[in-house]
Write a protein that binds this ligand. Structure first.
Ligand SMILES: O=c1[nH]c(=O)c2[nH]c(=O)[nH]c2[nH]1
Length: 313
């Protein structure tokens, strides 16, 4: 005997680019743009599609894609990834009686408005990809308690933010035994590709389409995204780092302190190693931390340090 114990399906990597045009008052049209990769997965009374080849319960993944694409054209919230994800998730559970949960993941690619040097002004419709980092959100919409009692969970963050500091980082005092080859250093290169996520405490009460707009004000998704990134960069740059672990805890604590709607913060930080090269054969001293100026960046292996820090209530 075998039993289906979990089932969830939908469309992944739906690519969306949306332009929102608005008159800017002096006869010109101002454009805002977003580029998203969307994943929309559904759960509900769908077991028979797996166990009995019953497609009558299947909302085709093609239809999920249509919903994402059409709503990107009609949602008043499309420029705000969390709000758009809530809109889309709510749409699925409200449209299909037998769909009780929707899971929407959005990756937002970077398009930053170009500042034209001639006049120092932001351009009305021109943008640049100034980094591969992505803003992320994952929204879970839950209608298992009824279509009038929908609840949501929102986790947001960023990935692919590459940072490096060439000083202000030490690693000393760790366990030394017969397995230890690493030397203690009071100055080293610290480089990582930041993967950050944070969970939100949403206001109590059922989620409704009309209530979504108010969440931007109440939960401050966009402000939190800016703040979390800036704190990550500020702490990374200025901390006299004793370890990746210690710096990571400081970043997380500051994000919680500065953002009242954030419940918990998780980081995954690879420690991308830069190894001083032995130049002794040319009479150059490059191996002592104080002397080292030439390094070999090592693609693999890397350390991987993770943590979740939660608000204390
Ligand atoms: O900041 C660090 N934390 C570690 O746990 C570790 N382990 C290691 O080899 N180097 C480092 N650096």
């Amino acid at each position: 005997m075998a039993t289906l114990t979990a089932a969830r399906y939908g469309k992944d990597k739906v690519r969306i680019f949306r332009v929102v045009r608005s008159p800017n008052g002096d006869g010109q049209v101002w454009n805002d743009v977003v580029e998203y990769n969307v994943r929309a997965l559904l759960e509900g009374d769908i077991a028979t599609s797996y166990t009995q080849a019953d497609n009558s319960v299947v909302v085709a993944t093609d239809s999920s894609e249509s919903c994402a694409t059409v709503l990107s054209g009609t949602s008043p919230h499309v420029l705000h990834p969390e709000l758009f994800a809530l809109d889309l998730g709510l749409h699925f559970v409200k449209t299909y009686p037998h769909i009780h949960k929707a899971f929407i993941d959005i990756e937002q690619l970077k398009w930053t408005r170009i500042i034209v040097s001639k006049d120092g002004k932001p351009h009305k419709h021109s943008f640049t990809r100034d980094g591969e980092e992505k803003r992320l959100t994952s929204v879970e919409i839950d209608a298992t308690k009824g279509k009038g009692a929908v609840t949501a969970k929102v986790t947001s963050g960023l990935s692919g933010l590459l940072v490096l500091k060439s000083g202000g980082s030490a690693f000393e005092g760790f366990v030394r035994d017969e397995w230890t080859t690493l030397a203690e250093v009071n100055d080293r290169i610290f480089s990582t590709e930041v993967e950050l996520s944070y969970t939100f405490a949403l206001p109590a009460g059922a989620l409704t389409a009309e209530g979504i707009a108010a969440l931007q004000e109440k939960v401050a998704f966009d402000k939190t995204a800016e703040s979390a990134k800036q704190i990550t960069l500020d702490v990374f740059a200025t901390d006299e780092s004793a370890s990746v672990q210690a710096t990571m805890f400081k970043m997380s604590s500051e994000i919680i302190a500065a953002n009242p709607t954030v419940e918990s913060v998780s980081y995954k930080l690879p420690n991308k190693h830069y190894i001083p090269v032995d130049l002794g054969f040319k009479g150059l001293s490059n191996l002592k931390p104080a002397d080292a100026e030439v390094f070999c960046p090592v693609a693999a292996p890397s350390g991987l340090i993770t943590a979740t820090v939660s608000r204390t209530h």
